[in-house]
Design a binder for this molecule. Structure first.
Ligand SMILES: NC(=O)c1ccc[n+]([C@@H]2O[C@H](COP(=O)([O-])OP(=O)(O)OC[C@H]3O[C@@H](n4cnc5c(N)ncnc54)[C@H](O)[C@@H]3O)[C@@H](O)[C@H]2O)c1
Ligand SMILES: O=P(O)(O)OC[C@H](O)CO
Length: 372
C-alpha cells in the first residue's frame, strides 16, 4: 500500500545522512546525495561530510574552505557540491544526528575511524561502504563492510561500480551496484539516495560478490598499468583483463561460496574492471612505475601523481597475497601473485608479460572448482 499523506508527513526528514570521507569519490558521493536529499522529503536536506582536516598551502583549513566555497578545492576542484553539504572536521559531531552512514575513505583508515565511532552511533543506524579494499587479520580476510558491521554493530550494504569520480562529478552517465545481505527495503533506500538520471543504481543480494569485485579489480588495474608502461598494446591488456576477471571470480567464490556469477556482469564487475584498467589512478601510477623500470617506488609516484589521493591496488595486492600464501593458493592465482611480487620489487615489471611460465599451473586447474 502506498504511504498516505499523513505517513509521508511523519516520514519527512526521517533519514539523516553523513558521508564519512571527503576525498575525490567522497566529495562526488556527497554531491550526488545532496542533490537527492533536497528533493526527496524522507531525507533531511542537509548532508554532513566528515573531512580529515588538513591545512592547505594557503594556510587555510580544508573544511573551512569547503564551507566557504562549496567546493573541495583539494580533492574535487571546480565542482560545486550543493549548498546543503556541510563539511565537518569533527567526526563524532558529524555522525551524532545521522542514521545513514556512508563510508568512503581509503580502506587503510576505516578501522581507525570505526574505533572512534564505537558507542557514538544512534540506534537503528544503517551504513553503506563505497570503499574498495579489504583487511587481512589473523583469522583471515575481512571485507570492509564486515569490519564496519562487527565494530559498530550495524548492518552495512556496499555500493560499487564503474565509477571514476571525476566523470560522475561532471554528470556523465554511469551505473552502480548496491550489494545487500537481507533487507531489500534498506537497499532500495540506498539506491534512492544515490540514483540520479545520470547515475543509475541497481541492487543485488550479494554483498560479498559486489565488494570483492570492487576490491580485486584494483589489483588487475595495477597489471593493466604495467602493460601500458611496457607499451604492450591492446591485445595484451585485454588478455590481462580476461585473466584478471577469472581470478577475481575464482578468488571470490573460494572465499564465499554464496558469491553469484551474475554479479560479475553488473556494473560492479566487468564494467568497473574495464573503466579502471582504462582510466583509473591505479593504472596511471602503475604505468609510471613500469616506465621507471621499477626504479621509483609506488609510494613516491603516488605522492607525485595523485597529490594526496590514495591508491588501493598495491596494498590490496599485498592483502590478497597474504591470503594466497597462507592457503597455498599462489599457483592458482598467477596474475594476483605476480602483481604483488612486482610491486615489492621481487620481480621486474616485465614479469607481468612473462606470465607464460606460470601458465601450466593455471591450466592445471581447468575442470576443477576454480575453473567454472
Ligand atoms: N576516486 C574514485 O574515482 C573512486 C571511485 C570509486 C570508488 N573509490 C574508492 O573510494 C574510496 C575513497 O577514495 P577517494 O577517491 O574518495 O579518496 P582519495 O584517494 O581521493 O583521497 C584520500 C582521502 O584520504 C584522506 N586521508 C588521508 N589521511 C587520512 C587519515 N589518516 N585518516 C582518514 N582519512 C585520511 C584524505 O583527507 C582524502 O580525503 C577508496 O576505497 C576508493 O577505491 C574511488
Ligand atoms: O582511480 P582508481 O584506480 O582508484 O579507480 C576508481 C574507481 O574505483 C573506478 O570505478
Amino acid at each position: 500500500m502506498a504511504p498516505t499523506m499523513e505517513d509521508q508527513q511523519m516520514m519527512r526528514g526521517q533519514y539523516r545522512v553523513v558521508v564519512i570521507g571527503s576525498g575525490n569519490w567522497g566529495s562526488v558521493a556527497a554531491k550526488l546525495i545532496a542533490s537527492n536529499t533536497i528533493k526527496q522529503p524522507i531525507f533531511y536536506d542537509e548532508v554532513w561530510m566528515w573531512v580529515y582536516e588538513e591545512t592547505l598551502h594557503t594556510g587555510e583549513k580544508l573544511s573551512e574552505v569547503i564551507n566557504q566555497t562549496n567546493e573541495n578545492v583539494k580533492y574535487l576542484p571546480g565542482i560545486k557540491l550543493g549548498n546543503n553539504v556541510i563539511a565537518d572536521p569533527d567526526l563524532e559531531n558529524a555522525v551524532k544526528e545521522a542514521n545513514m552512514l556512508v563510508f568512503v575513505t581509503p580502506h587503510q583508515f576505516v578501522a581507525g575511524i570505526c574505533k572512534r565511532l564505537v558507542g557514538k552511533i544512534r540506534p537503528g543506524t544503517e551504513a553503506i561502504s563505497l570503499i574498495k579494499g579489504m583487511e587481512v587479520k589473523m583469522e583471515g580476510p575481512f571485507m570492509i563492510s564486515k569490519l564496519i558491521t562487527d565494530m559498530l554493530g550495524i548492518n552495512c550494504c556496499v555500493l560499487m561500480g564503474a565509477n571514476i569520480a571525476n566523470e560522475i562529478a561532471v554528470e556523465k552517465f554511469s551505473e552502480a551496484t548496491v550489494g545487500y545481505r537481507q533487507d531489500k527495503e534498506v537497499a532500495q533506500r540506498w539506491a534512492r539516495l544515490f540514483s540520479t538520471p545520470y547515475f543509475l543504481v541497481s541492487i543485488v543480494q550479494d554483498v560479498e560478490g559486489v565488494e570483492l569485485c570492487g576490491t580485486l579489480k584494483n589489483v588487475v588495474a595495477i597489471a593493466a598499468g604495467l602493460v601500458d608502461g611496457l607499451d604492450m598494446g591492446n591485445n595484451t591488456k585485454a588478455a590481462i583483463m580476461r585473466i584478471g576477471l577469472r581470478e577475481m571470480r575464482a578468488f571470490s567464490k573460494l572465499l564465499f561460496s554464496s558469491v553469484r556469477d551474475s554479479t560479475f556482469f553488473e556494473s560492479c564487475g566487468v564494467a568497473d574492471l574495464i573503466t579502471t584498467c582504462l582510466g583509473g589512478r591505479n593504472r596511471k601510477v602503475s604505468e609510471a612505475f613500469a616506465r621507471s623500470g621499477g626504479k621509483r617506488s609506488f609510494d613516491e609516484l603516488e605522492a607525485e601523481l595523485l597529490q594526496g589521493q590514495k591508491l588501493q591496488g598495491v596494498s590490496t595486492a599485498k592483502e590478497v597475497y597474504e591470503v594466497l600464501s597462507h592457503r597455498g593458493w599462489q599457483g592458482l592465482f598467477p596474475l594476483f601473485t605476480t602483481v604483488h611480487e612486482i610491486c615489492i620489487g621481487q620481480l621486474p615489471p616485465s614479469a607481468i608479460v612473462e606470465y607464460s611460465e606460470h601458465t601450466p599451473n593455471f591450466s592445471l586447474v581447468e575442470g576443477s572448482a576454480l575453473y567454472y
